[in-house]
Design a binder for this molecule. Structure first.
Ligand SMILES: O=C(O)CCC(=O)C(=O)O
Length: 290
């Protein structure tokens, strides 16, 4: 059986309280926590930050914090993250940051991904915007200021391929399935996220476990820490779920670093025991996009 994950690897999730109005403070805090993570477990290969880790998570703030993402003339946050990835020789999924496209003036919620040399290898612009209205719960409308991305993202790493989505993207199973199946063959789906205290208790664990079990891959969800002084109360509970649907590491609500080892044997064994991929009936699913 060909292995979609080439070796055991350790990942670290940084559950950061990054919603201060001061961007530089947020970046410095991320750097401090990544340093702590790497000092504690230096064999870590992939590090993940939360959604909107360098800015408040607020539709009225995205434009103010937005940066042009250009690999040559690096923006403040891109330059910062690139140096961290290089310093520790890690794959860094740099959470997400508000991005502005200077050509169109559109704003995106964008995850930048770096290789161990500090190169920006891809960006994922959140494809499904978080527009919800839950009575007595939460009303949020990212589309008031954000535009949706128009591509799905799977990145190559030396260990295999990794799919990237941002938060609400995890509610759309097709996005993960496209990363997990041929030709992408991702071994994990990483979601920088920021669920809240209404939808977190309802669906956070369920969605992580569902996407993992549907596709027999790891799912990796990294949230900000809960900060009751900010306008948006993040759920916390960053977690890593294995291909069997078991949560193998989970944070609480405060600032915390969690780690887990991803094991190719876990993927192979579970796929052998329950061989979903050869049992699928694509002859019957043809009309799904209608
Ligand atoms: O899907 C949810 O319940 C939360 C999504 C969210 O907070 C986001 O997309 O930022």
């Amino acid at each position: 059986m060909s292995q979609i994950l080439s070796q055991k690897i350790k990942v670290a999730l940084i559950q950061l309280n990054g919603s201060s109005p001061n961007k530089l403070d947020n970046l410095n805090r991320a750097a401090k926590f990544i340093e702590m993570a790497m000092q504690k477990q230096p064999d870590t290969k992939i590090v993940v930050l939360p959604e909107c880790f360098n800015s408040p998570y607020s539709v009225t703030k995205f434009r103010e914090y937005a940066e042009v993402i250009d690999n040559k003339a690096k923006s403040q946050s891109i330059d910062f993250l690139s140096k961290i990835a290089l310093k520790y020789g890690i794959i860094l999924v740099g959470g997400s940051i508000p991005e502005i496209d200077p050509q169109t003036n559109k704003i995106y919620n964008t995850s930048p991904i770096f290789n161990s040399k500090g190169d920006l290898i891809d960006i994922h612009r959140k494809v499904h915007l978080f527009d919800v209205d839950i009575p007595n719960g939460i009303t949020f409308k990212e589309s008031e200021t954000l535009s949706p991305g128009n591509k799905l993202t799977t990145v190559n790493t030396p260990y295999g391929n990794v799919g990237i989505g941002i938060c609400y993207d995890m509610r759309f199973p097709e996005l993960t399935t496209i990363s997990a199946r041929k030709p992408n063959n991702a071994f994990a789906m990483v979601f920088p996220s920021a669920f809240n205290t209404v939808t977190g208790p309802m669906h956070w664990h369920l969605l992580a476990r569902s996407r993992a079990v549907d596709n027999q891959i790891y799912t990796i969800l990294c949230s900000p820490a809960r900060n009751l002084e900010s306008s948006y109360h993040a759920y916390g509970h960053s977690l890593i779920c294995n291909p069997k649907g078991e949560i193998i590491a989970e944070a609480g609500e405060g600032e915390e670093i969690i780690y887990a080892e991803l094991d190719p044997e876990d993927i192979a064994n579970f796929r052998q025991a329950i061989p979903l991929s050869s049992q699928r009936r694509f002859d019957l699913y043809k009309d799904i996009s209608k």
